[in-house]
Design a protein around this ligand. Sequence first.
Ligand code: SF4
Length: 492
Amino acid sequence: MGYQVTAEANLNHDLSRCAGIRVDVTGNCNLRCPYCINDFSGIRGNTLMDSMIFERVVRILPLLLPDGELLFSCFFEPTLHPRFLEFLEHVPLEFRRQAAFTTNLGKPLSEQFFEKLSRLELHHINVSLDSLSLEVFEEMRKGARFSVFQQNLDKLVDAFSKAPDSPQLHFITMLSKLNLEEIPELVKSCLEKFGPSRHEVRAIWMTEEIATRPWIQEKAMTLEDSLRLRESLENAPPHVELVYDLHRNPDSYTPFPVSSEVGYQGFLSTLNDPNLIHLHTVPLPLILRITSDGKLGFLMPEPGVSLDLNGLEDPYDSVKQIVYLQNLNIARAKLLQNAVRSSLELKRLNTINEWLRDKCLKLKSIRRGSPGCLDDLRPINGQIDGRMQMTYLASGWAGDIQAAGPANEVVLIASQGRKRWAVAIQQPEFERPDVVRATSNPRFLYSGWKAQLHLEPLLDKLPGRFRLAAYVLDSNSRKAFMLEGSHDVLLG
Ligand code: SF4
């Protein structure tokens, strides 16, 4: 029970509910976009969801959190299902108001279809629109005809403008070298012509398989392209959102073809701790996915379980149980993530403090053109030795000593006279577009670091005045190179 309370507090919600339910009512798509997440070489035919499975899906909808999202599309095109609107009508209104779907509008659809859709009180519809130029559109949305898409979009906008509670219109634009220059004009024209509530401009979700596709190798945007785009959209209206990846998952951002070293390699991976897996797998929200043939599993986080709705007349209780267990797993993984991370940091700090004590770490002063600095140091409330005390958060950026790119490790060292103590260790992992602009080098994008000071090594000296400086650490040579921006500070 105690663990349940901690877990609920950690996740901030009822453990038997989930953040998302995604339902594919079809098992294929009418298009073959070259960047699609699907590898169509393994997909045959199109399994349409039947009404028995859909009925069972409706029974589990109360498991959705009140602010969760119900998406009637996940990997495939839902409008290919001839009974799609009938299915949506069957969803109780309270859940329809949380519902949305994504469509490529590539199949010819009638006025009646959009009129009916406009009255269903869904939350929103995502329309995929990569370009307003026929050639670019038809290359990026392979298999679609621009004229059909345009007619569908006009019918949709017309029908939605007439219905009082029509769904919001959202656009999703995928990025490639082909439409990069057009994007600022595209979002402006779409706003003027169609009045969307949101316009998502998205980088391609890169997997190992997608990265090997010839089209991707030629047409996917580079890190430099994405930085230029970011600048060109700096003054875009607030409904425009640039999505480079799923949020809070630094490992999944894979700019192609220039790769940037991000994540927790370096000192963390050398420790070979099995709990490290938790550093990568959380914290993602729990999302259920139901395929058109009735298989229910977790979209994320992996690994998922799989239930077959064909064999479960009323799946509510079984699904509630697995949602509950998976939420406990997520909460446990979150707790472990924090614990593992701080224990690894402390282990590493101990090693560096031993090096400092044994005088086998050479501290080098600032080099000319030294890449990086300690930008900011601010007090925050924290616990030291079980008591609430003031602690500090330091931040800055750091480049590697040998080559352009983020440093492997940054260590913060407090000094008093000739004595020195390592008080924080971090690997750069945060975005610093300002550094990229200032250095004109996109490889510094993930060079930002933030570190909370561990004042335990100084406990018998606190409160006390120290000089605090950040260093790039080169473990192989046991040398640490000081960054600009050291501070005199009263700690404790
Ligand atoms: S429309 Fe969507 S699902 Fe279909 S091929 Fe394109 S990206 Fe894939």
